[in-house]
Design a protein around this ligand. Structure first.
Ligand code: PAF
Length: 284
């Protein structure tokens, strides 16, 4: 990381479009990195990827209320715009789009984007409304900025597939690029919500990635995906995860259940440790 410099910030869609149109007119390729702030090395990696493959990088910072359930952490979600802006400026981002809620959802807003099927399973089942909130805001951000390429972390693997599907279904002229999950040395995937872990829970948390990696290896060797998923559930429960929402082996694109690893597959899980709900996934 270099030395942070002030980052140009716009707060209205009109200002965002004016800036992007200027760059596009000059023949430049635009990258978009949508975020909710509370940035960590995973987000930095998204920005690095955008800066490497695009001429201009726009980072969006918007804690999207429509993707939080009534009992979720919207009101306490960490917010520190100055810190986040300095972090992405140091990576070479060109513009921060940080709108207020009314700019994105003006009074009377009632249109929602729902990705049927793919958005209804796994996270969609355990967090009703979550993917409709994500799909709606991502569609809006893509149409507001009209980038050439948008970058999303593979840590939220199902989210990435949902976004790719809405882009195809709605013919939005943008490429969604998945960026590899950034992990701590012990395997724990970086997440803003890791901050909720106590030291003891933090010590247990890497069991999630370790277990999924073992399942991926065994399924890759021809073991039965369902039996492996059952084994993984037991491992997580024994380690101290008090609720395993799901652990499953799915087709890497459709997220349908699979019987073997003849096509690209992904092991995905969500499990609770103390107050934190951790999700992770590993390629078979
Ligand atoms: O992954 C996230 O941080 C959010 O779901 C996203 C894609 C920025 C939409 O609010």
């Amino acid at each position: 990381m270099g030395v942070a410099s002030p980052l140009d910030t716009v707060r209205t869609i009109a200002d965002l479009r004016a800036r992007v149109n200027g760059w596009r007119g000059a023949g430049q390729r635009i990258g978009l990195v949508p975020t909710m702030g509370a940035l960590h090395a995973g987000h930095v990696s998204l920005v690095k990827n955008s800066v490497a493959s695009c001429d201009k990088t726009v980072v969006t910072l918007f804690v999207n209320p429509t993707q939080f359930g009534p009992k979720e952490d919207f009101s306490v979600y960490p917010r520190d715009e100055a810190r986040d802006a300095a972090l992405v400026a140091a990576e070479g981002a060109d513009l921060l789009f940080a709108p207020v809620v009314d700019e994105v959802y003006p009074g009377g807003h009632s249109t929602k984007v729902h990705v049927g099927g793919l958005g209804d399973v796994l996270e969609g089942e355990h967090r009703p409304g979550f993917f409709t909130g994500v799909a709606t805001v991502v569609t809006k951000l893509l149409l507001q900025a009209l980038p050439d390429e948008a970058f999303f972390g593979e840590k939220d693997y199902q989210q990435l597939q949902v976004i790719k599907k809405l882009i195809r279904d709605l013919d939005i002229p943008v490429t969604a690029t998945g960026v590899a999950t950034v992990r701590e040395a012990d395997g724990l995937a970086l997440s803003s919500r890791n901050a909720y872990l106590t030291p003891a829970e933090r010590a247990t948390a890497p069991v999630l990635h370790g277990t999924l990696a073992q399942v991926a290896e065994q399924v890759g060797r021809g073991e039965d995906p369902r039996a492996q998923a059952e084994w993984a559930r037991g491992q997580l429960e024994r380690a101290g995860f008090w609720q395993v929402d799901y652990v499953t082996v799915r087709d890497a694109v459709t997220l349908d259940e699979v019987d073997d690893a003849s096509k690209p597959a992904r092991v995905l899980a969500a499990a609770w440790l103390g107050k934190a709900r951790l999700i992770d996934n590993v390629a078979v």
